[in-house]
Ligand binder design. Sequence first.
Ligand SMILES: *Cc1c(COP(=O)(O)O)cnc(C)c1O
Length: 349
Amino acid sequence: MDALMSPVLELSASQLARNVAAVRERITPSALMLAMKDDAYGHGIDWTLNALADDVELERFGSFDVDTGLRIRALRPRARVFAWTTSDDDEIRAAVDARLELGIGSAEYLRRVVAIARASGRSVAVHLKIDTGLHRNGIRPENWSEFVAEAASAQRAGAVRVVGAWSHLAEASDAEDDESAAGFRAAVDELHRQGIAPEDTHLTASAASWWRPELRGTVCRIGAFCYGIRSADGPQIPGVRPIAALRARVLDVGDRSVEVGIGALHGLPSTLVGASIGTPAGARQILAVGDMRSSVARWNGVSVGDVVSVFGPGDQGESDATALGEHIGTVGEEILTRLTPAVRRVAIR
Ligand SMILES: *Cc1c(COP(=O)(O)O)cnc(C)c1O
């Protein structure tokens, strides 16, 4: 396909800055740690960090894996970067060299980090993770006290600095989150009893940081709302808009339908049939999703080359990525992260 006719993901730096400002204003005095997993939720780590450099400076980033953390470190030599997933020894060594902070969710992982810290002669900043009910990773409450004793001894030996205590909420119900928060507070108390006073406590991601101020710690790990992705079945967030718009072009005009240049091989889920997209005449239904093109209900006055918006801020009557996700029982993040490199990324203000 002609490059001009291939789909593009437009990325708005100014909207990213506005979202970050709205989130920061909401959560202050807690600090923002921008979550950048999945290539910054499909927006691209490089684009996101470059875009932020124009308008806002953030000091803290969350990377999930070490590779992502190293990329952030390359572009932000002085920022604090937190890599929270359990990594192998080569990754730990690279992380220690790059001064990444590591999330520690098991005694076994703590021991590996301590061994590598000792061998490198460095002290590694770590955030200890209590499992408050999600059962994904983290130290179970019944093992916490013993684990803290081990971390305290590693800290006294200079191998680690415990700079944080953290957990992750299920966000399934307020009652469940309250229970998790109580478990988290008890775990932090136990740290203090054993002589560890971490400067950071962090428990909440986008939704709980926004709606449950009493659950915020000193830091909030936030991805979705900064990228303008609202929660599935959640409301629009005041001051927060999508920063990405997926645009495609009309390739062919038929009697009843119009062919547009985006399809399953660009990462558009074929199950989106029946959802609507934005056109110059407003919202129109997707009738079929093919490999490289899809058909959409026709509108009056359409011509080849017209632009349609699969998702975006709504300027053509399109819905946001979350609404498309809701149509197929998933989250907006997945609509974005499924897009393939065949979708060109285009930076706009
Ligand atoms: C993804 C993630 C976040 C950010 O979640 P959002 O809902 O996108 O803000 C925070 N913490 C952890 C551990 C995560 O995996």
